[in-house]
Design a protein around this ligand. Structure first.
Ligand code: GLC
Ligand code: CA
Length: 548
């Protein structure tokens, strides 16, 4: 049997700016996380992924790293990070840091030296190009909008897959690679549990730098360069020189990995322990919405992905992260937001095969905030998209709607701790306003309420990790069930002769013919099987045992 510890883990993601402010400057920080470790331990999670806390000008909230080895003063001190690793460790919680390897900040000393001296060693750490005509070297478009090239004062162009303040690192350069490996091993020696690895599929470029075929005359999207041939050599070396020497977990953000490539990335001998499963998450414009067609479309994509994964490797499963809308808004109509529907979403994904991730505030049922103008958005990507959208002739209303529905700021509003001012997040002025519903939706209230969504999450985590069922839920096979019911998301998990049947009803009341089984977990009242039938209420989740 498999003994990789992270297969039984439940990971909690922290966006440090917005988790807990300890000193009243309005920005969440490391002492704030330490202060709330008991809250997290009580929830039952055992790994904490902390988004970047390294020195950074914060153009992309820390994903623009100016020094990979030191903590930004905004978040605290290097000692406080050591303190967090130790204090979490005492509670059985491992810390996973965010590793940004595709790019750094334009304020990193490497880039500064490269700017100052085109012949410096560091100039070779980036992609600089000259052009004769004053135009960018090609028509590639950055992920955040606009050209993927920016010009230096002395007229050189450099490549940036994301914001222009995030110059791409030249992985072709062995010295650069070694510098990154040294840094990674330095963190592993400090005792971190592993890394979430940012945007890793972008590290290999098409070195011909030819313009892409942008049919509409617009710029060519750089997404088309994900997982470019040749990336395998880089990733093999990365693992060999770093992670493989430790018992570390590695969770890669690897958009663009096709099913054929999945095993190479996240198979038993893959480059990483797991990669995020984006296959059934990116549902722009599609909502579960209690309507059978959309539920079954969602289900097909989910099942297809999990069936593939179980044959070839392991994935990280999630409903939310810091780049996305909140899950109730993503998956449910507004009038369907409620404790039961959120519990149904939670049960649906957390008992699948893979390592479940919970994003801060998801356990409280935090939702999107509606912003009334572009001035209320802070995310660099939102601001770029806005400019680009208007330049393409889209209306302000349409752009505002899109950013309100899908924008990354949705997930970044401060955590709601209690009903006090600013939700107890800070005693000062928060860097981003707290959602107006904080008096209703907050941790203190949720913890005290046996029927809250948070209490349900806690029970679900305990069930997932229970001695009785953790082997079945971690290692058990996955098999779709009862797909003839369009609004039901049902599946079996089986291991060594024991089976769990997981039922999640997204439709109206349902009578299921079930001969036998014992209910072991559920979201509402515990139903019974009577006369060969089980009745499910709308949004009810039930888990039954079946003996083979
Ligand atoms: C990843 C991160 C995102 C960041 C981007 C650039 O997609 O999740 O927040 O902006 O990489 O580092
Ligand atoms: Ca602070």
């Amino acid at each position: 049997m498999d003994n990789q510890w992270w297969k039984k883990s439940v990971v909690y993601q922290i966006y440090p700016q917005s988790f807990k402010d300890s000193n009243g400057d309005g920005i969440g920080d490391l002492p704030g996380i330490i202060e709330k470790l008991d809250y997290l331990a009580e929830l039952g999670i055992d790994v904490l992924w902390v988004c970047p806390i390294f020195r950074s000008p914060m153009v992309d909230n820390g994903y623009d790293v100016a020094d990979y080895r030191s903590v930004d003063p905004m978040f605290g001190t290097d000692q406080e990070l050591d303190g967090l690793i130790a204090a979490a460790g005492q509670k059985g919680i491992k810390i996973v840091l965010d590793l940004v390897l595709n790019h750094c900040s334009d304020e990193h000393e490497w880039f500064r030296r490269a700017l100052k001296d085109p012949n410096s060693e560091e100039a070779g750490y980036f992609y600089f190009r000259h052009t004769e005509d004053g135009q960018p070297p090609n028509n590639w478009r950055s992920n955040f909008g606009g050209s993927a090239w920016a010009q230096t004062e002395d007229g050189r162009w450099y490549l940036h897959t994301f914001a222009k303040e995030q110059p791409d690192l030249n992985w072709e350069n062995p010295k650069l690679r070694q510098a990154l490996y040294d840094m990674i091993n330095w963190w592993l020696d400090k005792g971190v549990g592993g890394f979430r690895i940012d945007a890793i599929t972008f590290i290999k470029k098409d070195l011909s730098f030819a313009s892409g075929d942008a049919k509409d005359g617009a710029l060519y999207p750089i997404e088309n360069f994900q997982s470019y041939p040749g990336i395998s050599e880089f990733l093999t070396e990365l693992k060999r020189e770093t992670f493989a020497k430790y018992d570390a977990v590695t969770i890669a953000e690897a958009p663009g990995v096709s099913p054929e490539l999945f095993a190479e990335y996240a198979g038993p001998d893959g480059h990483f322990s797991m990669i995020f499963d984006f296959n059934w998450d990116h549902m722009k414009g599609v909502s579960v919405k209690c309507d059978p067609d959309s539920v079954s479309a969602w289900r097909s994509r989910m099942f297809e992905s999990v069936l593939h994964t179980q044959e070839h490797g392991w994935s990280a499963i999630f409903l939310e992260n810091h780049d996305q809308a909140r899950c109730p808004d993503k998956f449910l109509d507004k009038d369907k937001h409620g404790r039961d529907s959120m519990a149904c979403l939670a049960t649906t994904y957390m008992l699948l095969r893979g390592t479940p991730f919970i994003y801060q505030g998801q356990e409280l049922g935090m939702t999107n905030s509606i912003r009334s103008g572009i001035g209320e958005f802070q995310d660099v990507s939102a601001l770029n998209q806005w400019k680009e959208g208007l330049a393409q002739g889209r209306s302000e209303d349409e752009m505002l709607q899109e950013l309100n529905d899908y924008g990354r700021d949705n997930a970044r509003s401060p955590f709601q701790w209690n009903a006090e001012q600013h939700g107890g997040f800070t005693t000062g002025t928060p860097w981003m306003p707290v959602h107006s519903n904080y008096r209703e939706v907050n941790a203190e209230k949720a913890q005290a309420d046996a029927s809250s969504i948070r209490t349900y999450y806690k029970g679900l985590i305990a069930f997932r990790k229970s001695e009785e069922w953790s082997d079945v839920l971690a290692f058990g096979s996955f098999e779709p069930a009862l797909t003839e019911y369009p609004s039901l998301i049902a599946y079996r998990r089986s291991f060594e002769g024991r089976t769990l049947l997981v039922l999640n009803n997204y439709g109206g009341s349902l009578e299921l013919p079930l001969a036998e089984g014992e209910v072991v977990f559920g979201s509402v009242e515990t139903p019974e099987i009577k006369d060969g039938k089980l009745n499910l209420l709308p949004y009810q989740s039930v888990v039954l045992t079946e003996t083979e």
